[in-house]
Design a protein around this ligand. Sequence first.
Ligand SMILES: CC(C)(COP(=O)(O)OP(=O)(O)OC[C@H]1O[C@@H](n2cnc3c(N)ncnc32)[C@H](O)[C@@H]1OP(=O)(O)O)[C@@H](O)C(=O)NCCC(=O)NCCS
Length: 181
Amino acid sequence: MIYKEKKVLLRNGKTVVLKSPSEDDWKAMTDYIRCVASETPYILRAPEECNDTEESEKAFIRRYNESELECMIAVFDGETVVGNCNLNVKNRKKVRHRAELGIGLCKSHYRLGIGTTLITELSIIARNEGCTQFELQYVDGNYRAKGLYEKCGFVEVGRMPNGVRFDDGTYADDVNMRKIL
Ligand SMILES: CC(C)(COP(=O)(O)OP(=O)(O)OC[C@H]1O[C@@H](n2cnc3c(N)ncnc32)[C@H](O)[C@@H]1OP(=O)(O)O)[C@@H](O)C(=O)NCCC(=O)NCCS
């Protein structure tokens, strides 16, 4: 699914562009994922797992752009990708009313309202796809994500105890949230 490009004015007066990345953006996308993975422990991918190749990243982008049930929106600050989110609508008939989202930003762009804007845009797409509920997971302790999701109307519906194990051997719950669309 292709998201129609949109310019967004941020709280700091700067502008970013939201758009579906094209295959030509593969390098900017891999730089971005390395940035997020090195800056936060709260995404599932560890920095040492950021080893996408040109071929695999292009295939990943193509999959989203050609899919009828999946959409990816990248946040461009000039040529640099500073954020990304994706929407995955479930495929089977009995669960076709459910969509899941994932989101991440580079630290340089936290707290400027981008997370809120991305969730608003994804909610519109999910509703247009006929979905009636939106779902996500975050790692317990990620107070930024919790704050964003609660502000956007998500409510905790359960948790997987010890869903995540960090390098130092400590665990955190995986928290499930839901929002009615
Ligand atoms: C979580 C994340 C996407 C939030 O995005 P963001 O663009 O900073 O969020 P917004 O600026 O739209 O803020 C939305 C709300 O979240 C809450 N929030 C965000 N940061 C917060 C903080 N440091 N402390 C308390 N509340 C916070 C606030 O309620 C805020 O609304 P307000 O600014 O109007 O008060 C971003 O911090 C991020 O990418 N983190 C690293 C990756 C990650 O954790 N992804 C989520 C995995 S589940």
